[in-house]
Design a protein. Structure first.
Length: 658
């Protein structure tokens, strides 16, 4: 997801942000939403004893009035013997909140039309079952409620306006679903059989939700009820709705094969910006085709995809309909479209199993948007994009991709642009670079199709296992260095020509942060020549001071490290020694000492360009061009330094004149 708020005002004063950078920060900020909100009850073990199989959500709302009246019917299966069943449902405890005293009240809880006893605390509704429910059995309860939803500080339930028209929308990642409906908040259970969503609102408005619209029924009282059906497993935080005077525009997506027919992309836009927004989303089918060809078919092909305009910044990847904000031009950026669409695979089909693993959602979506740059704009633009991400990552020496348990309680850290998005994306790029495209993408397809992960939850070790199986490579060291620990390597690359057609490349490394002692990685080095020649090498660097002898079909005049920006690194240096050590070792003077004639022995392949003789005071007493024989009879007796300049380098020799 990508999110924005006041932080963007601060970022606007910082130079060096490209349009792509700003799009990504918009995405992150919108997901981050609150400044430094810490959640006190992220994990709720009281809900671990049952499995939700179905929700029927019936809401009555008016986008001009802050509040909701609802009934949520939940079918669940007991995992243990149960005498109570607990749902997450927050209430406002801060007396300074404008909605305090008018918050959500639970009106009734029923099972089989019989009222059940219940109690409330700040974040739960605890329902007493009439009898003990045995493990393995299913039951259905109905919760009726109304009032003003609590705010998590993350904009989970919003009433706003656009162009003078009211709009209502939700955004529940990561902890906001419990603010506006009774649910099971944690990342341990998806609603197996999906949801039926019934939204009753004034007839003049259009309602939007997950899945496919089944019907819109005029109730004859100025309201209509719109029914959406979503038949895939879904976590609570991806359930969403919006209501305002949307214009609806439908386009087609999909490759259109017999086995994979076309499916709709349904766009819900504010009328005042609909033309520009619809024009910008016209690229979506092409991006969809690219993702389907690269990964797997769109995970929700039986339903729809779409975009719904809302008023936060950036976007949010609600399953089958991404909520997004148009840019200053009144249009969606391609990067935002690609990012949120990418989430339908990584985040919605396969969802991170904990907030520690959030990079499995955001790192992938960020890298998929980068791959769109590679596919649509070419390699140079892709390299620039990666360079921007590297600059962001290395702006601080520390920081890991995988979150500690404490970090996973902090919304700002969960949605860190630098670490979760950019570093997560570049770690994927380095895995692709290390494993090669064939193994990398096959591993990702296997990950997405794994029956234990598809439409369920995954952890970082699940991704590692699939990439290892596809490539036959042990990635333990890589994941320890780049995912679980912090920092990046700083390289020193020294290139020395050792023969007419060979060079020695020596690699040394220091680290920006002490948690990693050495980053074992393939290291890309490019040698260049004066005639525009270039030769690329990938050197498997496992130790400091490691040397590699490589064939070079030209005389190197330059060295470029990390030319395609495939590694996370900063302040790395390169040196090129122009001397050909092996050839210069054969350059010698004879006879030595000499009295009248002195000869320079020159190995085959070396061309002398200039020779100077210096006395003990450093004064040049003799000089020549390409000559290799000299009459030294006119020199005074003593010791001379002879500097021979050749196409293989410079060598200094000592000569004694008798």
């Amino acid at each position: 997801m990508q999110k924005t708020y006041l932080l963007l005002l601060l970022l606007g004063s910082v130079s060096g942000f490209s349009q792509t950078d700003k799009t990504l920060e918009d995405i992150a900020a919108a997901e981050r939403k609150s400044a430094s909100k810490r959640m006190n009850a992220v994990l709720n073990p009281d809900t671990y004893n049952y499995d939700v199989t179905y929700h029927k959500i019936e809401l009555t709302v008016d986008p001009g009035i802050y509040g909701v009246s609802g009934k949520v019917t939940t079918t669940y299966k007991a995992l243990t013997n149960m005498s109570t069943v607990v749902f997450d449902l927050a209430r406002i405890t801060d007396e300074g909140d404008p909605n305090f005293g008018n918050q959500i009240e639970v009106l009734a809880v029923m099972k089989n039309n019989v009222d059940l006893d219940f109690t409330r605390n700040d974040e739960e509704i605890i329902i007493t079952l009439p009898t003990v429910q045995d493990a393995g059995t299913s039951a259905t309860v109905e919760i009726l409620y109304e009032g003003a939803p609590a705010g998590s500080g993350f904009g989970s339930f919003i009433m706003d306006e656009h162009n003078g028209t009211p709009v209502m929308w939700t955004l529940s990642e990561p902890f906001g679903a419990r603010d506006w409906w009774p649910c099971k908040q944690d990342l341990n259970d998806k609603v197996d059989d999906g949801i039926d969503f019934y939204i009753t609102a004034p007839t003049i408005y259009t309602s939007v939700a997950n899945g496919v619209e089944q019907s819109k029924v005029n109730n004859g009282n100025g309201t209509s009820t719109t029914h959406f059906r979503h038949g895939y497993p879904i976590p609570a935080y991806l359930v969403a709705f919006a209501v305002t005077n949307y214009e609806v525009n439908t386009i087609q997506a999909g490759l259109g094969t017999v086995d994979s027919p076309f499916f709709p992309i349904v766009n819900y836009m504010y009328p005042e910006t609909a033309d520009n927004n619809n024009a910008s989303t016209a690229i979506t089918p092409a991006i969809m085709n690219f993702f389907e060809e690269t990964f797997t078919p769109y995970p929700f092909r039986d339903e729809k995809y779409g975009h719904c305009q809302f008023g936060w910044g950036g976007g949010m990847e609600h399953t089958t309909v991404s909520f997004m904000t148009a840019g200053g031009s009144g249009a969606y950026s391609r990067g935002l479209i690609a990012h949120e669409l990418g989430h339908q695979w990584f985040g919605d089909k396969v969802t991170c199993g904990s907030w520690n693993d959030i990079w499995l959602n955001e790192g992938f979506a960020t890298y998929m948007a980068s791959m769109v740059i590679e596919e649509f704009d070419g390699e140079d633009a892709f390299i620039t994009n990666k360079d921007n991400m590297i600059n962001s990552i290395t702006s601080n020496p520390g920081g890991a991709v995988y979150l500690t348990d404490d970090e996973a309680l902090n919304v700002n850290r969960i949605f860190s642009t630098r670490l979760t998005y950019n570093k997560g994306a570049m770690v994927l790029n380095m895995l692709r670079f290390k494993l090669g495209d064939a193994a990398f993408f096959q591993g990702l397809r296997n990950y997405l199709n794994d029956p234990d992960l598809a439409y369920a939850y995954a952890h970082t070790d699940d991704l590692q296992s699939h990439l290892e199986a596809a490539s036959g490579t042990d990635l333990t060291e890589f994941f320890l260095d780049w995912v679980y620990n912090q920092g990046y390597p700083i390289y020193n690359i020294n290139v020395q020509r050792i023969s007419a057609n060979q060079a020695r490349i020596t690699i040394n490394q220091t680290q920006s942060f002490a948690s990693v002692s050495f980053f074992e990685m393939p290291v890309p080095v490019r040698l260049t020549g004066s005639g525009g020649q270039q030769q690329d090498y990938v050197l498997n660097n496992t130790t400091n001071g490691q040397q590699f002898v490589v064939d070079v079909p030209f005389t190197p005049t330059g060295v470029v490290f990390n030319p395609k920006k495939d590694l996370i690194t900063k302040n790395s240096v390169t040196t090129l020694a122009t001397q050909n050590v092996a050839l210069l070792s054969g350059v010698a003077l004879y006879p030595n000492p000499a009295q009248s004639t002195l000869t320079l022995n020159v190995p085959t392949g070396v061309k002398v360009e200039k020779t100077t003789f210096c006395n003990a005071l450093g004064q040049i007493v003799k000089a020549s061009g390409v000559e290799t024989n000299w009459n030294v009879g006119d020199l005074a007796s003593g010791i001379y330094l002879v500097n021979v300049t050749s196409d293989a380098g410079v060598k200094q020799l000592k000569f004694i004149k008798n």
